[in-house]
Ligand binder design. Structure first.
Ligand SMILES: [Zn+2]
Length: 404
C-alpha cells in the first residue's frame, strides 16, 4: 500500500493547511507596478524616438517568431552583439522560453520614448489558456550598422514577474494539468490529473477541467509571483491573470516550494483539490459569495473520499468543542484574514457547515446554494434553497455531534 492510509502526519497541520487566501488578481496586479521609472523628459514636448516604430515592430515580430519556432540563432540576431552581459541573459531567457509549451508568444510596441520601448507581451499555454495572458515588458533599443537591435532591458523598469525568469524553468504536462517551474512538477501535474475528476464529480463538467500550476523552486520567486507577499505557511493559492478589460483571465495555482514538501500524499491531494475547486467556481475575482461557502465548499470537495476522520481534519475546532466552546456564528470574512487568531478553526467551521448541508440536503442543493448566494443575498439563498433563513442552530448541533 502506498501512503494513502491516513495517519496523523497525513493531514496538513495548522501552518500547512490548505489556506488559500483567495488572492485573486495577484499576478495581474503586477501590471500596475511596473511603470515606476520617470521618463527623463518633462512631458512638455513629444519624445523624439531614435528608433522608428515600424522598425521596432519588425524586430519584435522576428523575435516572437523565433521564440515560437525555437530558433535561437534568429532570436539572438535581434540582440546587439556588443552587449555581452545582456546577450548572455537573453540566451538564458531563450533557453527557458524554448522549454515551455506556448501556443502564442508575441511582443508588440506600446510606445517608444527615446531608446526605451514599452511592450505588450501576449502569450498563452497550448491546450490550457483560452485567451492571451498580457503583460507589460521593457527593452532598450539602439542602432548598429544601419539596423535596429535590442541593447538592454528596462533597467529600473521591471517586467511583470513570470515563472520563466528562472533559467532552469521546465514544464510537465499531464492530461489535465500543466506544471511550470523548477519545483516538483511531475508530482503536481499528476495530482492535478487526479483532482480534476474529483472536482467535476461535485461541480459538474461545465468548467475548463484543466489548470496551470506555477511551481517555483524557492521562496523568493514564489513571493515575487505572489505579488510581493510572502506565502508564510500557505501551501497553494488560486489566482487569475487579468484581461485587458480588467476581467479575470486565466487561472493559475501558485504552489509554495517551502510548504508543499512537508505534506503527505493525502495533504497534497486535499490542497490541490481545494484550489482546483476555486478554479472551477471562478473564486478569484468573486467578491460576492460568502467566504464560508467559498472555503467550506472547496474543503468539502477536497476531503470527499479521502477517508480523513473529521476529528483529525478539524482538530483545532474539535479541541474547542470538547471543551464546550461552540462557535456562536458562521465564520465571517474577517475570520479568514491572514493572521486571524482562529484561522484554522474558520476553515474547519466552514467545511463542516458545507459538509452538513451536503449530508442533509444533498450535494446538488449545496452547489445551488453556492451559486445563488453569489448572485444575491445569503439570507435569500438560504431561504430559497434550503428553506431556512438561519443555519446556525443546526450547524452548532452538527459540530457537537461530529466533534464533541
Ligand atoms: Zn481556499
Amino acid at each position: 500500500m502506498e501512503a494513502d492510509v491516513p495517519g496523523p502526519s497525513a493531514f496538513p497541520g495548522p501552518s500547512e493547511r490548505a489556506v488559500c487566501g483567495r488572492r485573486g488578481f495577484l499576478l495581474a496586479g503586477l501590471l500596475g507596478l511596473a511603470g515606476c521609472r520617470q521618463s527623463s523628459r518633462d512631458g512638455s514636448a513629444p519624445a523624439t524616438a531614435t528608433v522608428g516604430r515600424a522598425e521596432a515592430e519588425a524586430l519584435l515580430e522576428a523575435r516572437s517568431r523565433a521564440v515560437l519556432e525555437h530558433d535561437a540563432e534568429r532570436f539572438l540576431a535581434t540582440v546587439h552583439p556588443d552587449e555581452p552581459g545582456f546577450r548572455a541573459r537573453q540566451e538564458e531567457l531563450f533557453t527557458a522560453l524554448a522549454r515551455l509549451p506556448f501556443d502564442g508568444w508575441r511582443e508588440s510596441v506600446e510606445k517608444i520614448e527615446g531608446s526605451l520601448a514599452t511592450l505588450r507581451l501576449a502569450y498563452r499555454y497550448r491546450g490550457f489558456d483560452t485567451s492571451d495572458v498580457v503583460h507589460t515588458t521593457y527593452l532598450e533599443l539602439g542602432r548598429a550598422g544601419g539596423r535596429t537591435l535590442i541593447t538592454g532591458d528596462g533597467g529600473d523598469l521591471r517586467d511583470a514577474p513570470e515563472i520563466w525568469a528562472d533559467p532552469d524553468v521546465e514544464a510537465v504536462r499531464g492530461r489535465s494539468g500543466l506544471a511550470v517551474g523548477t519545483g516538483p512538477l511531475k508530482q503536481v501535474a499528476d495530482q492535478l490529473d487526479r483532482s480534476v475528476p474529483a472536482v467535476s464529480a461535485v461541480v459538474g463538467t461545465g468548467w475548463a477541467r484543466r489548470a496551470v500550476a506555477l511551481v517555483p523552486g524557492d521562496a523568493d520567486r514564489a513571493e515575487e509571483l505572489a505579488g510581493g507577499q510572502p506565502l508564510d505557511g500557505i501551501v497553494a493559492v488560486a489566482t487569475a491573470t487579468r484581461n485587458a478589460d480588467g476581467s479575470p483571465g486565466q487561472a493559475r495555482i501558485l504552489v509554495s516550494p517551502e510548504s508543499w514538501p512537508k505534506l503527505s500524499p493525502v495533504g497534497r491531494r486535499v490542497v490541490l483539490t481545494h484550489e482546483l475547486t476555486h478554479v472551477a467556481m471562478e473564486s478569484a475575482g468573486d467578491d460576492r459569495t460568502p467566504l464560508w461557502l467559498v472555503e467550506g465548499f472547496a474543503d468539502h470537495v477536497a476531503y470527499l473520499d479521502t477517508g480523513t476522520p473529521v476529528v483529525s481534519a478539524a482538530r483545532e475546532l474539535a479541541a474547542e468543542v470538547r471543551r464546550g466552546e461552540l462557535p456562536a456564528r458562521l465564520p465571517s470574512r474577517e475570520d479568514f484574514a491572514t493572521g486571524s487568531p482562529r484561522l484554522s478553526q474558520a476553515y474547519q467551521e466552514a467545511w463542516l457547515a458545507c459538509r452538513m448541508i451536503a449530508e442533509e440536503y444533498g450535494e446538488d442543493r449545496l452547489l445551488r446554494l453556492y451559486r445563488e448566494a453569489g448572485a444575491g443575498s445569503e439570507r435569500d439563498a438560504l431561504r430559497e434553497v434550503l428553506g431556512t433563513a438561519d443555519l446556525t442552530g443546526a450547524w452548532r448541533e452538527y459540530l457537537r455531534r461530529e466533534l464533541g
